[in-house]
Design a protein around this ligand. Structure first.
Ligand SMILES: NC(=O)c1ccc[n+]([C@@H]2O[C@H](COP(=O)([O-])OP(=O)(O)OC[C@H]3O[C@@H](n4cnc5c(N)ncnc54)[C@H](OP(=O)(O)O)[C@@H]3O)[C@@H](O)[C@H]2O)c1
Length: 302
């Protein structure tokens, strides 16, 4: 099938694209800047354009069967007024522009797979969260609410819309592990704050499996929690990461106020997690290869 992807040059998009072409799909990746000398696998083509702005690129969208919308500026930045505007615009405007493009002669049976995050739920302590749990009201929750609301508009044109609420993606080439590894490899890994906060994660290959499953399973739609069935507390993540790397994690935990001082409002994301369960995927019969954090980390780091 023909797939149109935003954010396809990123951490998740690169792995997903590689696996989609291996499955025989043709992928068009929209990027703000086509790199010089980029070698692309057979079946991938790059299209230059800024998804946050209307443009010529929009004319190409309706020619595709599947739209995967992954674009979004990294949230690992200082959340000042400008930073927040970039985080929001790179997600909401991108989605709105894709919908506008689809309204112009969409194919029958188009599947629109947009992205969201477990941050949708806000912070809930030990409460377990499923797809029908209510949204939170902090900054990330409000951005994801708008992001999801924009995506759902595609239903008005007859598209099947899926909104993947991604947990923290654990993969080989970047993402959260890329941020954590340098300290842990030096034996300086430690829990953050109380260490009791929940961490809802997903192995990158299970995430790829979920996208392929969602493409094939035409009766699924709406929000989908893309998280492993066994979320862990920050303390358990710290221990499992130390063990997988063969490094001791005996450093005292980093006090919450220090994290808040360094990271500002973004610090809350590190100090207060959410315990999210992939109810719809489990009910639909999706099989996770990596349900346990130790198995996932051993696979990625072993
Ligand atoms: N990784 C995770 O753990 C995680 C967890 C929850 C949700 N998510 C969401 O999943 C999506 C993909 O995550 P990722 O980790 O693969 O992100 P990533 O590596 O940072 O890649 C994001 C992509 O978005 C595009 N982008 C970046 N800044 C942009 C901007 N200001 N305006 C428009 N496009 C911009 C870039 O494409 P070009 O430079 O080619 O234009 C980039 O390849 C993101 O929306 C993210 O919020 C990720």
């Amino acid at each position: 099938m023909k797939v149109f992807m935003t954010g396809g040059t990123g951490f998740v998009g690169t792995t997903l694209t590689r696996n989609l072409v291996e499955q025989g799909h043709q992928v068009t990746v929209l990027t703000r800047k086509i790199p010089v000398n980029d070698t692309l696998p057979h079946g991938v083509s790059l299209l230059e354009g800024d998804p946050t702005r209307r443009g010529e690129w929009q004319r190409r969208v309706p020619q595709h069967d599947i739209i995967v919308n992954l674009a979004g500026a990294s949230i690992f930045m200082r959340w000042d007024k400008k930073g927040k505007a970039v985080i929001r615009e790179s997600r909401v405007s991108t989605t709105t522009n894709l919908i506008e493009a689809l309204s112009d002669g969409m194919k029958n049976e188009t599947t629109f797979i947009s992205t969201s995050a477990v941050g949708y739920y806000g912070f809930h302590g030990d409460e377990t969260l499923e797809e029908d749990s209510p949204p939170g009201d902090d900054f990330l929750a409000s951005v994801t609410r708008e992001w999801e609301a924009a995506a759902i508009q595609a239903e008005a044109f007859g598209a099947r819309v899926l909104v993947c609420r991604l947990g923290i993606v654990l993969g080989r080439n970047g993402g959260a592990l890329g941020e954590m590894l340098p300290l842990f490899q030096k034996g300086l890994g430690s829990p953050l704050g109380s260490g009791n906060q929940w961490f809802s994660w997903i192995h990158e290959m299970d995430l790829v499996g979920i996208y392929l499953f969602l493409i094939a399973k035409k009766d699924l739609s709406g929000p989908i929690n893309c998280t492993a069935p066994e979320p862990v507390r920050n303390n358990d993540l710290t221990q499992a990461l130390g063990k997988a790397l063969g490094k001791r994690t005996f450093m005292p935990s980093v006090p919450g106020f220090v994290i808040k001082l360094i990271k500002g409002e973004f610090g809350s994301v590190l100090l207060e997690g959410q315990r999210v369960l992939p109810k719809k995927l489990l009910d639909a019969g999706f099989h996770f290869r990596f349900s346990r954090i130790d198995e996932a980390l051993n696979d990625l780091l072993g």
